[in-house]
Design a protein around this ligand. Structure first.
Ligand code: AMP
Ligand code: MG
Length: 349
């Protein structure tokens, strides 16, 4: 199938240009669109056939449920069998925004959308293009990240094109996304609100609103035997083709170690890539140095992470070394993605 591409700026949403993608959604087709986190691959969440197409286009295992995107809170009420008080509070505090809530579903939501689960993940995105698409169509849109399963999530339309052109009906190009990491997922379907996937909205922020919020024990690095509760967190993810190592510790020692490893690897014929920051980039002597952002601005690191992981593949790097980014606010989310990309290969210095 030929994929149509529609250009739209975040500043000025052209409602007329959205008519074609809305038509496609209403007919059960697939439309990729920008959100504030990453690009989503959307289909009508209440149609089993549309959800099946999403899994097929991404090559995604069908037990890995989709997030349903909504225009306003009444749509959550429409698909939940119970609306917990905590959902109302989080709606007030963070929606529209980069937070996904898991609640018990009702019969309107097909099991094809929830991967067979009796709960449904729901998010109200804040990106103007996503909001306009949801509001103008009134379609609740199931949308996982718009990448081929296993590749880094797309942060610009070209990434989506790379992975999915000819497999989906339409891509709306809204430029580079803002946050660059997928939404925080909080499970409200059981007694204690639990974060299943860390993101831009962190545990502290949710605690401030709800009083309590725990991390899914399955996310812990120490406790690898506990299965993560979100099916998607169990799969291998985001891995670049070469081997990526995280070097962690005192910054001077990290730089020395990366220089040592990069020298050795280069001499034995590897194509070496290094992930550095503005603060450290001039101190690396071997390999190709990619600057991810500044430690003074942790949002910049989140923003550029997936682009850099894709760049490694484009450049054909075979051995990559990165500093660790346990920054104060979203460091947990950044490291969660980076550890997966590195297959948990960490060198402590
Ligand atoms: P993606 O849309 O690619 O960001 O992935 C969605 C994530 O949400 C995956 O990790 C899913 O496993 C998770 N998810 C979606 N629905 C549920 C649910 N009902 N229960 C637990 N996790 C969910
Ligand atoms: Mg994804």
């Amino acid at each position: 199938m030929e994929t149509i591409r529609i250009d739209m700026t975040e500043e000025k949403v052209d409602h007329q240009k959205l008519e074609a993608p809305i038509e496609i959604l209403k007919k059960g087709g697939l439309v990729a669109f920008p959100t504030e986190t990453v690009y989503g691959l959307g289909g009508d969440a209440l149609r089993a056939d549309a959800s099946k197409k999403i899994y097929a286009a991404k090559g995604r295992p069908s037990d890995n449920p989709l997030i349903v995107h909504i225009a306003d809170f009444s749509q959550l009420e429409e698909i939940a069998s119970e609306v917990p008080e905590s959902a109302r509070k989080l709606n007030e505090a963070f929606w529209p925004g980069p937070l996904t809530m898991i609640v018990k579903k009702n019969d309107k939501v097909p099991y094809e959308t929830t991967g067979g689960l009796d709960t449904v993940a729901v998010r109200m995105p804040s990106h103007p293009v996503a909001r306009a698409l949801l509001q103008d169509s009134r379609v609740m849109i199931a949308a996982p990240s718009a990448n081929t399963s296993g590749r880094p999530s797309p942060t610009m339309a070209d990434h989506v094109w790379e992975d999915l052109h000819d497999k989906i009906d339409c891509i709306i190009d809204g430029g580079t996304v803002d946050i660059g990491l997928e939404s925080t997922i909080v499970d409200l379907s059981e007694d204690v609100p639990t974060i299943l996937r860390p993101g831009y909205i962190n545990q502290e922020m949710i605690r401030e609103v709800l009083g309590e919020c725990i991390m899914d024990p399955g996310l812990s690095e120490e406790n690898k035997k506990v299965r993560p509760k979100a099916p998607g967190m169990r799969y291998k993810h985001y891995a670049p083709k070469g081997e990526l190592y995280i070097v962690e510790g005192d910054m001077d020692k990290v730089i020395d170690k990366i220089n040592e490893l990069a020298k050795e690897a280069s001499e034995s014929g590897e194509i070496v890539g290094i992930v550095a920051t503005e603060e450290t980039k001039d101190r690396y002597k071997y390999g190709r140095v990619l600057t991810i952002g500044s430690r003074e601005d942790e949002d910049s690191i989140a923003h550029n992470l997936y682009g850099i992981l894709r760049e490694f593949d484009e450049l054909g790097d075979t051995k990559m070394y990165t500093e660790a980014f346990s920054t104060p606010r979203i460091g947990q989310a950044i490291m969660n993605r980076l550890l997966k990309a590195a297959g948990h290969k960490v060198i402590e210095v």
